[in-house]
Design a protein around this ligand. Structure first.
Ligand code: AN7
Length: 367
């Protein structure tokens, strides 16, 4: 028999059970989980010292479907179950679809996902398919797809599980609880990507709730980052045809516009935009410096933080949490379409040695 000391495997119970005391009772008792949440806050000393800050990464790519969406989806699907629903529906740039598909499979519900055709990364489409969702690719962008999903939910018994469903934010706010508890308080700054504007509001709600409960004595400044070309909050007006390679946040008319701007204003934060080349540079730096691979939308936040640090807008020594919302493997094409793969060589030792030594990749073996 393993003694209590030897039983080193103690699974995190998931968002609904793990944060039960701070969630609505109508969902906290529903036994639905894929053990989402409880993600690590990883110290980032190399990147942090480049930027002159105390940097920590909230690695949301470690959630069951590889993005932060699982926190809100477990809550929304639990709500749908509690209400006796049989079908859920969402529009999605990909991660919401993957998560909705997984949790509705788990819950035994049908799932319908409306996708902007040709604008969702391969990993996310594969996830939605394999979990058994009904996919409806539509010849439009995300903003129109969301209108259609809302209309479908209004006209049928299907429950909308986009972040217009308040239970989504209820689940997603738990990430703020985890950040505060890992640091023993709020960071000075929290930086995250903004698409539809749900997650930024959820973090703000979470920090405020912990402050009201007396668990933290202040809230962080919240900094939202958008991709240039899909940056309506920065421009102050909707964008009819948003464009960015960071497909997850290719959104021109965020449904959560007001909530996002309130979070930024009330926290004393800001919103800024970075272009795709800054996004890819930040992604590569994050991977090389810290061993963490984030999808382009998440790397946008890293790029935005670098911009602000260079401008002196983040004082030296500040404690900063960078939220990496989705795993890099969601969109391998975003790496491969820019990479130059080395040529294939014959399976002979001299050929391997020559190829390996090329560019000094292997220390001179002295042969
Ligand atoms: C990796 O999946 O909108 O500002 O349909 O996938 O709360 O929208 C995804 C958004 C950031 C933006 N990072 O969050 C969808 C979807 C990643 C994302 C965002 C998304 P919100």
């Amino acid at each position: 028999m393993l003694s209590a000391h030897e039983r080193v495997y103690r699974p995190w119970p998931g968002v609904l059970a793990g944060h039960r005391a701070y969630l609505l009772p109508e969902i906290s008792g529903v036994g639905l989980t894929l053990h989402e949440g409880g993600t690590p806050l990883v110290a980032a000393p190399r990147l942090g010292s480049r930027l002159g800050i105390d940097l920590h990464l909230k690695v949301e790519g470690q959630n069951p479907t590889g993005s932060f969406k699982d926190r809100g989806m477990v809550a929304a699907v639990a709500g749908a179950m509690a209400g006796g629903a049989r079908t859920v529906v969402c529009a999605s740039t990909g991660n919401t679809a993957a998560s909705a598909a997984a949790y509705s499979a788990r819950a035994g519900l049908k799932c319908l996902v409306i996708l902007p055709a040709g604008a969702v990364s391969a990993g996310k489409v594969a996830q939605a398919l394999v979990y058994g969702a009904r996919l409806v690719p539509v010849r439009c962008g995300f903003d129109r797809a969301l209108e259609l999903a809302r209309e479908l939910a209004a006209r049928t018994p299907a429950v909308l599980v986009n972040s217009l469903n308040p239970l989504r934010l209820e689940g997603q706010k738990t990430a703020a609880f985890e950040v505060a508890s890992a640091l023993g308080g709020a960071p000075d700054f929290l930086v995250l990507p903004v698409g539809n504007g749900g997650n930024i509001r959820a973090y703000w709600l979470g920090f405020q709730q912990y402050r009201r409960a007396g668990l933290i004595d202040r809230c962080p400044r919240i900094i939202g980052v958008q991709a240039l070309g899909a940056d309506p909050l920065v421009r102050g007006e909707p964008i009819a045809e948003p464009r960015t390679r960071a497909t997850a946040i290719c959104i021109g008319r965020p449904a959560g516009w007001n909530g996002a701007m309130d979070a930024i204003r009330e926290s004393g934060g800001t919103v800024l935009a970075v272009d795709d080349s800054q996004i890819f540079a930040a992604r590569d730096l994050l991977a090389a410096d810290e061993g963490v691979f984030a999808e382009p939308a998440s790397a946008a936040a890293a790029a935005g933080l670098a911009c602000l640090a260079e401008r002196g807008a983040v004082p030296c020594g500040s404690t900063v949490v960078l939220v990496l919302t989705g795993h890099g493997l969601k969109d391998p094409d975003a790496v491969l379409e820019r990479a130059c793969l080395p040529p294939v060589v014959e399976p002979e030792f001299p050929a391997i040695l020559a190829a390996a030594g090329d560019g000094g990749a292997v220390d001179d073996p002295g042969i």
